[in-house]
Write a protein that binds this ligand. Sequence first.
Ligand code: HEC
Ligand SMILES: [Cu+2]
Length: 490
Amino acid sequence: MKLKLNKNIAIKVMCGIGVILGTSGCINDKSPKVYEDAVDIPVNQTMRAELTAPPNVPTPVGRRKAKNLIVDMEILELEGELADGVRYMYWTFDGYVPGSFIRTVVGDEIEFHLKNHPQNKLPHNIDLHAVNGPGGGAVSSLTAPGHETVFSFKVLNPGLYVYHCATAPVGMHIANGMYGLILVEPNGGLEPVDKEFYIMQGDFYTEGDFGEPGLQPFDMKKAIEEDADYVVFNGHVGAMVGDKALEVNVGETVRLFVGNAGPNLISSFHVIGEIFDKVNVEGGTLVNENVQTTVIPAGGAAIIEFKVDAPGEYLLVDHSVFRAFNKGALAQIEAKGEKNKKVYKGKIEEGIYEPEGGAIQKMPIDEAEVAASKPPENLSKEQQMEMGKNVYGRTCVACHQSSGQGVPNAFPPLANSDYLNADVDRAIDIVLHGKSGEITVNGKKYNSVMTAQVLSDREVANVLTYVYNSWDNNGTVVTEEMVKKQRSKR
Ligand code: HEC
Ligand SMILES: [Cu+2]
């Protein structure tokens, strides 16, 4: 195996200097032992990893030795708020976007437990960029709803790495929120700082434009065209703004672990009113100093350090600046403390760093529009189809595809499906209770599993009405009554 120059050798040299200078660096038996290759670092104890929700990070590793580290993660598909009044069906690691922060040290052997909650609809997996191995772990971690997969790897390269779901369609799983960061600290740990935060940028694609209220389905076409409606930090507009701003004190050293999930856009990460004293470029070992804006590629990261010299409000932005002021890529650091006239003489006014007005531009919610989106008692076929299309977009599309064409040998077509058109009660039953075993659709055999869909009677009626009235199917209208009848049969 190739010698990894940048990690252990560096420590060796430092130790060498320590010995020459007569400091205890290498003689002290608490000092980490030096290994030619991180693969040889032994692990002897087992420890459960501390996992944190953004913007928090776990306790630094300090000088702890490499361990067998157990990471427990649960995949949850859950509805949340993308912006004020805008709902979105997120797919998550541990229930937040980005998922839990994982903190390790070079040599750790990670025993990764990936659980897919039984109420989830889809299989998922995980690709960690910190893994040396096929698919970054994705190959070994595909997990169906209601299952748990355990796989193991050793972290060899220090740095800050992105992890994400890599289940097809990969872009969709990332766009829906399945990403996070894993930090591999060098032997002996990172330099201590006063405050550390976890921030991750991501772009979102919704059927409605920015701010359009209601539950917004994922829009595959916009995603392919890289036409983002939202670009946000930590999963939603305003995640770190106002009373959720990151709090620091003047004089403190701050370290930001910043990742960019994409799926499409490159971040020009900038803090208005600060200069980065140090940046671990691309999350690796190369350190740049005195940086105004650092580029973070999709699927990449950066470790950013600075000392806050003056009190006030600092805005974190993607300096592709329409994203910041019109799509959500904006967060706040609130620095408290004494004014430092040596650093900044001008009077500090709120708003001076907010050239475009309010921190977050809220779209007014139109009352009439909201009322119109509430389902009336008797729906017309067109209304049913419109609502059914919405259900289809967040539930069925991943498997049966956007035009109901299915995926050869895996997911049968719903478009012009003889199987579907032959028996409506059977179709209702399949959506309510799932389906397994061999079936023949349009002359082709399928032998796979569709899990039961957790939907209300109304949603089932609407989605099937949509399916039956799309793509050359026979135009059946499915009512709530029909679904109720079918549900009560079991
Ligand atoms: C996780 C993937 C998945 C999801 C999500 C899913 N299905 Fe299926 N569906 C399948 C599979 C696989 C089969 C075939 C099962 C078999 O082989 O027995 C199937 C079969 C069907 C069939 C019968 C076969 C045909 O092509 O006519 C219908 C109808 C159907 N699904 C409708 C839906 C609807 C409506 C939704 C959304 C509410 C949905 N499915 C969500 C995977 C899925
Ligand atoms: Cu996934």
